[in-house]
Write a protein that binds this ligand. Structure first.
Ligand code: UDP
Ligand code: MG
Length: 311
């Protein structure tokens, strides 16, 4: 019997953390799976940390780390993986949208020798229209840009100790847990699951946050946007050759063009394309800048092991 670490990134989840712990505790006890629950409090401003501490005082198998501020789910997952002591770890949402029974299924597959078990969304559950549309667009973009079909993939995964260590070795700041397990390889399999209703509380993803996430991830996967800039430049060149020949013909036959309007339109058109291109290039440069700073991806300010001492 080998220890399973369950990593639960939690951001302002006071409504659900206790419920999640109870459900998971009962399930793993029933299934006879040795576990630790590792709550990663991602800088919550509500009572999440207090509840985690209280749960730890009662049950030392429930542990928590407290990040110094909100670093985002990606960083929280990373922190959890680094703290996990199990021979394998499952990352799941604390709102139980990832069904706990599927976690048991993953563990059984791991016992059979799989090193990465990925949860695949068989249905997407209840999501808003904007969310649905934007995630669809997002995955289509990623698919085009990188060749991964991630329409149905999720952050719900089991990693063997070997895969955890490999993931932790990746040096880049812009990690994308969902996709990088593809990059890792190893002996993999998938399990389908149905996205559940959120147990309580509400989603932490605003539309704006989601857009930023989408852009960050597309650009961390490919340089396609920059190649588009080149393509647009090329198209514009073809267009200007055509227009040049036409204007020259007009001039030679003695009819000049409606000068002012043409100039203004061309100026505005070229100007906006140039600015957008600069924006895209600037975005990549800022990402390079971010990477070169080599800052830690999260800071831990407290641990339940320091706050509550078990005799
Ligand atoms: N989460 C986090 N940091 C954040 C945002 C979210 O750790 O900045 C956690 C959150 O507590 C939850 C999981 O990530 O356990 C998924 O978040 P949520 O349920 O809000 O997203 P959704 O399921 O709607 O995609
Ligand atoms: Mg959720």
């Amino acid at each position: 019997m080998s220890l399973l670490s369950v990593i639960l990134p939690s951001y302002n989840e006071e409504a659900v953390v206790e419920h999640a712990a109870t459900v998971l505790h009962e399930l793993f006890t029933k299934e006879d799976i040795p576990y630790e629950l590792l709550f990663v409090n991602d800088g919550s401003t509500d009572a999440t940390w207090t509840i985690i501490k209280k749960m730890n005082a009662k049950n030392p198998q429930i542990k928590g780390i407290h990040l110094s501020r909100n670093f985002g789910k990606e960083a929280a997952i990373l922190a959890g993986l680094r703290e996990a002591t199990g021979e394998c770890a499952i990352v799941m949402d604390v709102d139980l949208q990832h069904p706990p029974e599927t976690a048991v299924e993953m563990y059984r597959l791991w016992e059979q020798g799989y090193q990465i078990v990925e949860g695949i969304k068989a249905s997407r559950g209840n999501e808003g229209i904007f969310y649905k549309a934007s995630s669809k667009l997002f995955y289509r973009l990623i698919h085009r840009a990188s060749g991964f079909d991630m329409q149905s993939s999720s952050d719900f995964k089991l990693l063997d100790r070997i895969a955890i260590e490999a993931y932790l070795q990746l040096p880049e700041r812009q990690l994308f847990f969902r996709a990088l397990s593809y990059w890792l390889g190893y002996h993999q399999t998938t399990v389908p699951f149905h996205v559940q209703e959120r147990h309580d509380g509400e989603t932490k993803w605003s539309s704006l946050k989601l857009m930023k996430y989408a852009i960050a991830n597309v650009t961390s996967f490919s340089a396609l946007p920059m190649q588009i800039v080149t393509l647009v430049g090329f198209l514009f060149m073809l267009f200007s050759i055509g227009l040049g020949i036409y204007s020259l013909g007009q001039f030679l036959t003695g009819n000049s063009l409606e000068g002012f309007t043409t100039v203004i339109l061309l100026l505005l058109g070229i100007g906006s394309i140039m600015m957008m291109s600069l924006g895209i290039i600037g975005y990549y440069i800022s990402k390079i800048y971010e990477e070169t700073k080599r800052r830690p991806r999260y800071l831990i300010s407290k641990r339940t092991s320091q706050e509550n001492r078990h005799a």
